[in-house]
Structures are given as C-alpha cells and as structure tokens.
Design a protein around this ligand. Sequence first.
Ligand SMILES: Nc1ncnc2c1ncn2[C@@H]1O[C@H](COP(=O)(O)OP(=O)(O)O)[C@@H](O)[C@H]1O
Ligand SMILES: [Mg+2]
Length: 1029
Amino acid sequence: ASLEERCNRILRDMEGSLTARDRVGIQDFVLLDAYTSESAVLDNLRKRFNENLIYTYIGTLLVSVNPYKELGIYTKKQMDIYMGVNFFELPPHIYALADNVYRTMLTETNNHFILISGESGAGKTEASKKILQFYAVSCPSTKLLDNVRDRLLLSNPVLEAFGNAKTLKNDNSSRFGKYMDIQFDHMGGAVGGHILSYLLEKSRVVHQNHGERSFHIFYQLVEGGEEDLLRWLGLERNCQCYSYLVQGECAKVSSVNDKSDWKTVRKALSVIEFSESNIESLFAIIASVLHLGNVTFVADSQGYATLNNSPEIHWLSKLLGIPAQVIQVGLTHRKIEARSEEVLSPFTVDQAVYAKDALAKAIYGRTFTWLVNELNESLANKDSSRKTVIGLLDIYGFEVFSVNSFEQFCINYCNEKLQQLFIQLTLKSEQEEYEMEGIEWESVPYFNNKIICDLVEAKFKGIISVLDEECLRPGEATDMTFLEKLEEKMGGHAHFVTHKLADQKTRKTLERGDFRLLHYAGEVTYKIFHLQVMRQSKNAIVKHCFPSTEPDSKKRPETVATQFKSSLVGLTEILMSKEPWYVRCMKPNEGKKPGLFDDVLVRHQVKYLGLMEHLRVRRAGFAYRRRYEIFLQRYKPLCPDTWPNWKGTAAEGVECLVKHLGYKPDEYKMGRTKIFIRHPRTLFATEDAFEVCKHELATRIQAKYKGYRVKGDYMRQRQAATKIETCWRGMKARREREKRAWAVKVIKRFIKGFMTRNQPACVDNTEYLAFVRQNYLTRLKENLPKTVVDKNTWLTPPPIMQEASQMLRKLYTRHMVRRYVQGIMTERKAQLQIKGLTSSIFKGTKENYPHSVGIPFVDTRISKPHTFPQYSVPVVKYDRNGFRPRFRQLIYTGSAAYLVEEAKIKQRVEFNNLKGVSVSTLSDNFLILHVQCEDIKQKGDLVLQCDYLFEALTKLCLVANKHNFIKVVQGSVKFDIQPGREGFVDFKSGQETMIYRAKNGHLMVVSMKLKTVWPFNSQNEQIHFLNYY
Ligand SMILES: Nc1ncnc2c1ncn2[C@@H]1O[C@H](COP(=O)(O)OP(=O)(O)O)[C@@H](O)[C@H]1O
Ligand SMILES: [Mg+2]
C-alpha cells in the first residue's frame, strides 16, 4: 500500500504540473525539458520570484526563495485551502507539503521527516515554523492536545532566545542545527515532541564578528529583566558594561525588540512548566557568563596570570554556588594529572584568558543542552501507545566562505551525509518501483557522493579518524603534522587536494596550510584545523557545575569531530527509518532586500543545495509514469479505437492509444500496471492534443448533457405529475366510496326507520323519528300561517306529530290573536264589541247580515247631526195604512227613538215602550218596531226600511240597553197598525227587490236571494271583518 501510495503521489505530481505549466514558469522542475541546464532552472526561479511565486517543486521537493517581505500567503484561509487537498492541485506551497506529509503519515501509518536546508537567512527556520503552525491549526483539537500544541509552538521562542543570534546574514540566525519530532496519535492529534540539537556555535558567546551579536537571551535579560532580578544577578541594565556583548559593536538591532522578546520567553518558560527555581538557576548561569566575561587578569612578576580582587568573582561564586577560592584557582591554573597526583600549573595571562573563554563556552553549551532536555521533558508524551512522527530538520546547508574552518567542515560533512541519505532513499524507491513493474533497471547518470562521505568518515582512513589520532597521540602534534598525515593517507583520492598534491594549475589557488574537498555540491577549501580546539577541555569549574554529566575520565576522550560524527550517524539512523521530504531554502540576495534576485548568488545556491543533482536523480530513467487505467481514462478521446469505451484490458488500450499517437519505441515502456514515459515533451505533446480535443469533446458533452438534463427534468416532472394525478384520483375515489358507503348506511337506516316508524321507540326508528320531527318542525317554522283566518296553510303533521301539531296550532293561534289584540286601538275595540253584539243577534238568522259585517258602524248617519248625540240614521217609513214610503230620520236619544221629518218629530217611541223589533230572515232591510200601545191616540208599530239595518239595530240595543228584543222572523211579521188593528208584512225572496201592497192588504217585501253563504263561526267573522281594513 505504501508503494502504491507513493506511485500515486508521483502521478498526482505530474498531473498537477501539467495543468499548471501554462502559469508563470513551471511549477515543477521535473517537467523542465532542459533539466540539466542550471540556467533553465535559474530562469524559471527568477520568473516565478518576480511574480512573488516563491515556491516551486522538484517532484515532492519544495524549493523556496526568501521573499524578504510579507506575502499574505500564510493566513488561516490559506491553511484551509491547502487542508486535505491533493498535493498538486494547488500552486506549490509549504502548506501543501505539510498537509501531504501529514495525510501520508495518517494513511500509511509510518514515520516521515522534512529536511529543511539552505544557507543562513534563506528562510529555514521560518519554513519550519510555518509547518508547525499549519499543524497547530489543522490537527484535531482537544484541551489536552491544545496544551501539547502550545508547548510545541512555545518551545520555539525559548530555543530561539538561547540558540539564535544576529549575524550579518540574518538578524535571527539559528546558531545550532535542530531536529524536532512531532508525535501524532492514530487520530492525527499532535501528542508530543522531541528536540535534538546539533553543533551549537558556542564560540559566539565569547566572540562576535563586527556587526553581529551574541545569543539573544543575554540582551533580552539585560534589556528586559525585572529590576529585582537584575539586582539579584548583580547586573546593570546596560549591554555596554559586558565585554562579551560588545564584541560586534552592535548590541542594539532595529529589527529585534529585546524587551518584548524577554516577556515572550518568560511566558513561554512558564507555559512549558519550568519551575521557578529552575528559571532562577538558568538566569544565574546566563548572568555568570556575563560576569565571567568581565574578569580580567594581570601578570605577576613571573608573568603568570593573577586576578585582582575583582567583584566578578564574588558574583560568580554566588550565582554558580562555588567557593570563590575554587574559582580563583580554576581560572588561573591548569590541573595536570601525573600518575595518581594532581599538579597545578599556573597559566600565563593569555592562557588564562583562553581558559576563561573556554569555560564560558562550556557553561553556555551545557546550559543549552540542559535547556533542550528540559523542553523534551515537557514535550514528552508518556503514553506508550503507538505513535507516528513527523520530524523537522532545520539545519544549515552547504557553507562556503573565503576562509572555511572546522565548523564549515562539519556543516558540509553533514550535508554530504544528507545528500547520501537522499540518494539512497530516492533511488531505492525508484528501483523498487521498476522491479515491481518488471522494467529493466537502467543505471542512472548521477553522481553518488558516498565516496566523499567515506573520505570524511571512514574508519582508520577517513579525515576524522586521522584527526582523532593526531589529537590523542602523545607527543607534539601540530596543525602541520596533521596536514601531512592527511596528505599521506588521502593522497590520490579524487576529492581531496592540498597544495602539495595539486597539479600546477590548481596549486595556484591553494595556500600551503589549506586542504580542499570536492564536495558533491562543489569545491570547498578549508584552513587546517587548530588541534587545540579539537581537544575536549577539562575544567574544574565545569566539573563543579555539571558533575554528573562529565564523561568518564578513564575512557579515551572523544574529539569534537568524533562527537559530531557519531551524532550524525545517530541522525542518519533516525532519518533512514522515515520517509523523506525536502524543503530547500534560498535567499535571492545578500542584502535581505525584497524583490531583488541576484543571479550569481542564486546560481551558487542552486549548486550548493544540490538541486541539479536532485533533479537529475528524479529524472533518471522515466520522467513520467501512470497506471494504465488512469492514463487510458484521461487520453482515450485521442484515439477513435479507445473512444468512448475500450473493450479490452487497460494495458491493451494504452498500447493501442500510444501507437495511434505515434510514440517511438524508446520513448516509453510498458510495465505491469503502468506506462513509463521517458521525456516530458512526449507527454506535453499528448497533453496539448488532449487540450484541443477536450474543447471539442466538451462542447459535445455539454450539448448531450444539456439534452440529458432537460429530458431528465421533463421525465421527472411527468412522473411527478402522474404520481400526483394517481394520488389525487385515488383519494377522490376513496372519498367517493366512503361517501357512498355512508349514504347506503344512512339510507338503510332511513328505510328501516321508515318501516318501523309506527312502532314504539326503538333503536331502529329513533333516529328516523327524530329526523321526521325535526324536519316537520323546520318546515312548519318556514310555513306558518300569516293570519288567524288563514286556515288551510297549517302544515299537515306526520302521524307522530299529530298531538304536538294540534297543541302548537292552538298555541300559535292564541299567539297570533294575542298579538293582534294587543295591536288594536280602543276605538276599534269598541267598534268590534258592537259588531260582536250585532253578530250575536243576527248571525245565522238574517240573510243579509254578512254584508253588513264589513261596514263599520258610525255614530250618526245624518249629515247635520242634531243635538241628539246617540245615533241617527235615514230610514224609509211605510205608512201603516196603505204602506206609502216616506223618508224619515230615525234618531236615538238616551231614552227614546224618534222618527223625524226635517226637524219635525213625527213619532216618539220611549224605549220603555219598545216591546221588540222584528226583522225578516231574508236580505231586505226592513225592521218593524213593536211599540207598547195603551192609548188609541198613540200611533202603532213602525215599519221601517233602513240601509244600515244592522247598525241601527245594534245601536238601538246599546242605547236602549235591551237585549234579546230583536226577533228574526221567517215569513211574515204581524204588527199593530193601531191598538187592536193588525197589519202584516210578508217577506219573500225573488228575482228583484220589490216592495208593494199586496192584494191581501199585506206589505210584500221581496228581496234578492244573496248567494254568499257565510261558513265562518263567530270568531272568524270578526277576523274577516278586520281584514277589510
Ligand atoms: N516565507 C517567508 N516570507 C517572508 N519572509 C521570510 C520568509 N522566510 C524567511 N523570511 C525572512 O527571512 C529572515 C530569515 O529567515 P530564517 O528562517 O531565520 O532563515 P534561516 O533559518 O534559514 O537562517 C526571517 O527573519 C524573515 O524576515
Ligand atoms: Mg534558522
């Protein structure tokens, strides 16, 4: 799986570069056709640098050019963009590399390291910080993990304070090599860390070149330290007071703020959980170095160094906890072990100064080591579960100065080792892939620097071996004897030259005391090392300070070189077990200026960083490889046989495709699962063809796709419509069915109810009957009779409502009557009462009575009413003899009725004397007043005809206060003409009204038969009458 992933990585690498190659320059040098040309590489770097594109790949190696300005490409947003995205899909970036390493580690659960190299000031430390920051943001976060993350991040300012200094090249130059492990759990959370430091430049403590400073921490302490602390340490707040701080004559640097850096460091120290007592001791030692620097010696009479009772000794004694006496002796004497005895031999002033400086360096060096150990203690993850790590190696690249000393030798040796590591790891993986694919391994034309490594480190034969021997050899070893030894041993080695060994031409460039190594990155000429420096100093004071760490004195002491060699071997072991990733940093100019690209300087770095070698190894063999499936998938549109689908195996498809494209046989090889293409240009041609083809295809696919989409939409809509329709119909049908079922039930119940309606109340008929009742009552409500006389409109009730109907009808009638009665006026009431009386007299007796009902009664019928107020009406009086009609007025007073002719009373009838009144049953208007006649002089009964018969008679009843004296007589009425003499009025019906004296001497009254028959009872008559109004 790991190999597979690696292959994929390479593939992605290619693809990304292909699509991006049209941008500024190319993003990946592997695809540079002129990959052996330094100028082409340089051109590409320059082109990109001018567009602020500081990153470029060589495969998975990242080349970074220091922009010396803020580019705004390290924001949280940028981090998000690069998180979890395929390496080559985005422009090259340090985050892409960091993310890719992290993801590979998680998927392959193996260990990785990122080697960051470059000259001082090229941006290595910045790059490593960027990587750390990226992990701090992108890794999973919990409270616990955040704590680790903070410690990891804060270990940086602490290490930088103690290990960085301002140099001419870099205001914050790391003066040590640093390897930092970040440990991750299986979920990708950062759970711990470990730091290894290499080659701290201790000499800086006692000496700085002009324009440079000692380590930051000294200045931070003096500038930023709290008053109390400084007093306790015996320090002044003035860097000028300390000779170790003013060697370079630039204690102040504009780009560095010592005061605020001090605060950062103090805060970091407490977060990392340094105890207060440890912090105190730490600064006591730092202060003691400053005091030591101010110690001066004077020569005594014999020329030996003595201390004049300087206050520094007091402070040193206090801060280091060593008796002043021991310090005094230690600083001025060398201890010589002779057999079992220790002999003190005094120093000259020069020797004492040298010893003092050596002491300061040793103290500082060991303090730094202690600090790193403390940091490791704090970063350590005590959990024993399996972890994977990403190592960050921030170490100087090749250093070449006009004068190169032992330090440069170590650094360059280190780079030589790292190059060897790279070759081994890269070639190994290449070879593995070739073997897997069954492709013949072709030897690659690159330079293997193993020979140089051997030259330096080989046992017994290597430079370091020789050096050790010379240092430890008893007797007088000098620098020159060392050189001679080297010449003796290395003579003839292709990569080693000295003045003596060199040919005529080369000799001119070499001093006698120099030797030259031909490193893989170029030649470097070293000054022969001072053996004095190589030897490990043994100092009584150091022993006091660091008793337990002092190496076993019985053991053969190691030289600095051997120590370094073994630490490098250790480092190589650490790295060999991990997957390598590379960041190569470069600086564009020496002046720390933005936007300035110094061709000479960059060309120099391209060379010394081994970029060309790296590129060559990367390009050895085949530049491009890709799984058949993927290759076919991408390029199949280029061949009619493979487009749109290839039926056979992918390998056959690819074969067919490349034949069609015209690949030459030596341009590619078919592996087991992959095609290998030798030159990028072959691939570019294919890619260009694909680019053209893609546009055509895109248009076609677009059209197809659009059609497909539209059709799809249409189908979906239609389906949806059908579905909705079906659902709707179903629902309607269900509702209809429910309604029908319900109706059937209701109808059934109705029929059953109907059939059982006459049975006593039971389950079957209650509902029906309730319905019938309600229905009847509702209908009745809407169809109530409007008036009392309206007899036919009362709704016929169903049988069960018979009784209720009757009661209701009665109630309602009464209600109507009451309403009516309440509504009528007093006059009307009186009128009606009179009419009632009339009715009681004549109803059913006299034929023309009904006609009178509708005509209201008045109080007088005479136009000019007399003083008699009661009643008056015109009448026709028939003579008792001869029955001649005469017009008269009949007037009632309170006591009598008068028959009057134009104000002349013809007859007066006392009501007391009124015996009765006779009328016929027929339609005539005759009335006969029967009068009591005791006196002959008195006139007899009155035969009268009155148009207002009923009125007149009713009034009479009222006025005379007589009841039952009106007789309705059938046939003829007998009356008294005179007392004792009778007359008759005969009544009969006929065709026309006639009144005449019949032959028998009777008055014959013929009245017309009235057709109207009155069916009403008395009540109705009244109502009927009322309706006339
Ligand atoms: N990516 C970068 N962007 C902006 N400035 C940078 C970048 N890398 C480095 N620098 C500048 O260059 C200076 C030196 O970088 P540094 O990482 O300390 O160099 P090195 O560790 O290689 O000696 C930094 O202090 C910073 O000002
Ligand atoms: Mg650095």
